[in-house]
Design a protein around this ligand. Structure first.
Ligand code: FES
Ligand code: FES
Length: 146
């Protein structure tokens, strides 16, 4: 996709307003909550803290591109659903994207390692038990697939 963006445009604003990709949420706008997390070249970044121009010619993946098709969920999404790892869902896209980056980072599928890797994502509803369980299971399943 080719876009013209203002030099000062943040990636989150370009995604939400120019691309109509509203799955990445704005919770704090100060790089603390992780609701705006997307992958840039497989690395999790907070899109409220990144100029869109910094992502020129790089691969940006948002939650909209995670499921394999409209009828199926990604393994990570399935595990979030099975472990009841969401309530209002506001934080969930950011958690899923952060969790997908853990696959590339080879984060161990243990609660301790996953909790540590989630230190930049906040959820105001669920507590973190289901989220951590979901990510551990998905990491284990995705590693088996590799
Ligand atoms: S909106 Fe980006 S970290 Fe909260
Ligand atoms: S599910 Fe509501 S903020 Fe996380």
């Amino acid at each position: 996709m080719s876009l013209e963006v203002a030099p000062s445009s943040l990636l989150i604003d370009v995604l939400r307003e120019q691309c109509q990709l509203t799955g990445s949420h704005q919770g704090c706008d100060t790089a603390q909550c992780g609701a705006c997390t997307v992958l840039v070249n497989d690395k999790a970044i907070k899109s409220c803290n990144r100029l869109a121009l910094q992502c020129a010619d790089q691969t940006v993946l948002t939650i909209e591109g995670v499921a394999p098709n409209e009828q199926a969920l990604h393994v990570m999404q399935q595990c979030f659903s099975q472990h009841h790892a969401l309530q209002c869902g506001f934080c969930t896209p950011g958690f899923v994207m952060r969790a997908l980056a853990m696959v590339h980072e080879d984060v161990p599928a243990t609660p301790e390692a996953v909790r540590d890797a989630l230190s930049g994502n906040l959820c105001r509803c669920t507590g973190y038990e289901g989220i951590v369980e979901a990510i551990c299971e998905a990491l284990a399943l995705l590693r088996l697939e590799r």
